[in-house]
Ligand binder design. Structure first.
Ligand code: HEC
Length: 132
């Protein structure tokens, strides 16, 4: 390779690495220290939570494996809006997911879902749990 090309490649590489800034803690201080979040957009957006866009995918990811079809655990199916709505209305869906006393903690054998997911689910429930 000609010397001049080699130098331009090398300087390009140096420029790229100089621009690359990988200290996440300095780039996103709010993620690490909530006192830094003031004035920033709330990272957990609970506005306009949809069944199709949020709730159904959340249940599909964490719950459906045990709660679908004829062999559903505890005979609780969460594979359609109508079925999910039943367990929203009797309080068992959120009680179980929020690990409230008197309910079996879900997902069974797994960790409680992140606070933001639960906050969004709660917002959807509080807004009437519509099939949106
Ligand atoms: C590994 C399988 C498994 C997964 C994953 C799972 N469940 Fe369950 N679920 C069960 C079993 C088994 C029961 C019956 C528990 C019992 O009675 O001991 C149950 C019970 C329940 C109940 C009734 C709880 C009560 O106390 O009334 C609800 C509601 C429920 N699950 C919802 C969910 C939701 C929502 C998720 C996802 C966040 C989920 N489950 C994930 C296996 C599972």
């Amino acid at each position: 390779m000609p010397m001049s090309l080699r130098w331009s490649l090398l300087s390009l590489l140096l420029m790229l690495s100089a621009c690359y800034y990988d200290n996440e803690q300095e780039l996103y201080p709010c993620d690490y220290d909530p006192s830094q979040c003031e004035g920033l957009i709330d990272p957990c957006d609970t506005e306009n939570v949809g069944y199709a866009s949020f709730v159904q995918p959340l249940l599909a990811q964490h719950c459906i494996v045990c709660h679908q079809g004829a062999a559903a655990s505890a005979n609780i199916r969460l594979d359609s809006y109508a079925a999910v709505k039943t367990y929203v209305d009797n309080g068992r869906l959120f009680g179980a997911m929020n690990h409230e006393p008197g309910y079996e903690a879900m997902p069974q054998g797994g960790n409680k879902l992140p606070d933001c997911d639960l906050a969004k689910l709660k917002a959807w429930i509080d807004a009437g749990a519509v099939d949106n």
